[in-house]
Design a protein around this ligand. Structure first.
Ligand code: ADP
Ligand code: MG
Length: 357
C-alpha cells in the first residue's frame, strides 16, 4: 500500500425499514431491511423500476429518506450531507467531465472542497498512479479507452477516501465484450482496496459474477438475499426463479416448485416411465443451438401449439447428448427430474417488515 491507498476502513451498512415514497403511487422502496457486511461486494439486482437506484441514492445522500434508518458502522446517516457520509458514487458511463483531463477529473471534488491546487493535484496523481493511469493523466476522457475511463472514474470516486463505494449500473453503457473485461477489473479492485462495494445492476449475470451477496428486489421490496450460489440454486420465490432464468416453474400437486433447466432429463415419449410426480409429458416447440448445450422449449400437452406460443418449460441438453439423440419440433417427450432437484417456491413476494420504532 502506498500513500495513495485509502486510509479508511471498509464500513458495514444496515438498512432498517427504509422507505421512499415519491409524491404519487406505491412506495419506490417499501420498508426494506438489509445488512451488508463490511468489505463485501454486494449487488442490488432487479428489473427496471424496482427501486435499486432509489435505495442507492438514499445511501449516497442524493435522495431524501421518507422513513427508516441507514446505519454506516452504527452511525445513522440520513441527516448527514452527502459529503460527510463516508460514501462515494460511481455512475453509469462513468460521467467524467469531457473538458477536463484525467488528472483534473480526479482532483475535482477536492477543488470543490476548497483544497489548494498543489495538494489536490498531488493526491490525484497518487490515485492515478494506484490505478496505473499516471502516464495518461493529461488526456481528456475522449482520448481514453472505456477501460481507462473506468479507472479514472474509480480514482475520482476514491479521492474522497470513502468507506463504501456505491456504483449505479457502472457497466451498462459498455459493449458486451468490454463489460465482461471491466467487471473483472471492478472485482479485482474491490478485493485489492478491501472497501465495501454496493453495485446496482439489472443483469443477473453481472450480479452473479461480481457479488459476494446478491439482493434481489421487486416492486420496492427485497425478494431474496444470499450468495449467488444460494440464490441460483435455491430461488425463494417464483419471481426470483423467473428473473434469474435457467429455471422451470411448475405447479405440482405438492405445490409450486422450481427446477433448474439443466437438472431436467428428457426421454422419448415411447420408452419413458408413466407420468408421475417427477415426470410429465411434453411436446418440443423450440430447439436452439447454444454451443455447449442445446436449449429445448417445451409445451405441456393440450396447451396451444400455435407457431407463436411461447414455450412453458425449457430443458438444457448437452451438445454431446443431443448429438447422440436429437429431438425435433413437434416430438412428444417425457420430462423428468430427481426429487431433490425440485425446491418449493413462495408464490408471493416477501411481505414488507413494519417499522417498530
Ligand atoms: P431502478 O433503479 O430499480 O430502475 P428506481 O429506484 O430508479 O428504479 O425507481 C423506482 C421507482 O420510483 C420507479 O417506479 C420510478 O418511476 C420511481 N421514481 C424514481 N425516481 C423518481 C422521482 N424523482 N420522482 C418520482 N418517482 C420516481
Ligand atoms: Mg436505476
Amino acid at each position: 500500500m502506498n500513500a495513495a491507498a485509502p486510509h479508511s476502513s471498509p464500513a458495514a451498512i444496515e438498512l432498517i425499514a427504509l422507505t421512499k415514497r415519491y409524491a404519487q403511487g406505491s412506495p419506490a422502496v417499501d420498508s426494506i431491511n438489509l445488512r451488508i457486511t463490511s468489505g463485501s461486494y454486494c449487488c442490488l439486482l432487479g428489473p427496471s423500476g424496482c427501486g435499486k437506484s432509489t435505495t442507492l441514492r438514499m445511501m449516497a445522500g442524493h435522495e431524501s429518506v421518507t422513513s427508516g434508518d441507514i446505519l454506516l458502522d452504527n452511525r445513522n446517516i440520513p441527516n448527514l450531507p452527502a459529503a460527510d457520509r463516508g460514501t462515494a458514487m460511481m455512475f453509469q458511463s462513468f460521467a467524467l467531465f469531457p473538458h477536463l483531463s484525467a488528472l483534473d477529473n480526479v482532483a475535482f471534488s477536492l477543488k470543490m472542497k476548497g483544497m489548494g491546487k498543489a495538494e489536490r493535484l498531488s493526491r490525484a496523481r497518487d490515485l492515478l498512479d494506484r490505478v496505473a493511469m499516471s502516464a495518461l493523466a493529461g488526456r481528456k476522457p475522449a482520448e481514453l479507452s472505456g477501460g481507462q475511463q473506468q479507472r479514472v472514474a474509480l480514482a475520482r470516486a476514491l479521492i474522497t477516501q470513502p468507506r463504501v463505494l456505491l456504483l449505479d449500473e457502472p457497466l451498462s453503457a459498455l459493449d458486451p465484450f468490454l463489460r465482461i473485461q471491466m467487471r473483472a477489473e471492478l472485482r479485482r479492485w474491490q478485493k485489492e482496496l478491501g472497501l465495501t462495494f454496493i453495485h446496482v445492476t439489472h443483469s443477473q449475470e453481472e450480479a452473479m459474477a461480481l457479488g459476494d451477496t446478491m439482493v434481489v428486489m421487486n416492486h420496492g421490496l427485497i425478494e431474496q438475499v444470499g450468495s449467488p450460489h444460494e440464490v441460483y440454486n435455491r430461488p425463494a420465490s417464483e419471481f426470483v426463479a423467473r428473473f434469474m432464468g435457467g429455471h422451470n416453474v411448475l405447479n405440482t400437486p405438492a405445490g409450486k416448485i422450481g427446477v433448474r433447466t439443466d437438472h431436467m432429463q428428457l426421454t422419448p415419449a415411447g420408452q419413458a416411465a408413466p407420468e408421475g410426480p417427477h415426470n410429465q409429458r411434453a411436446v418440443v416447440t423450440d430447439v436452439e443451438y447454444q454451443g455447449t448445450y442445446v436449449l429445448l422449449g417445451l409445451q405441456k400437452p393440450g396447451a396451444s401449439q400455435s407457431a407463436h406460443a411461447t414455450a412453458e418449460l425449457s430443458v438444457m441438453v448437452s451438445e454431446s447428448a443431443f448429438a447422440v439423440r436429437p429431438y425435433s419440433l413437434g416430438e412428444a417427450v417425457q420430462l423428468s427430474w430427481a426429487p431433490e432437484a425440485a425446491h418449493p417456491l413462495q408464490a408471493q413476494r416477501c411481505a414488507p417488515v413494519t417499522a417498530t420504532a
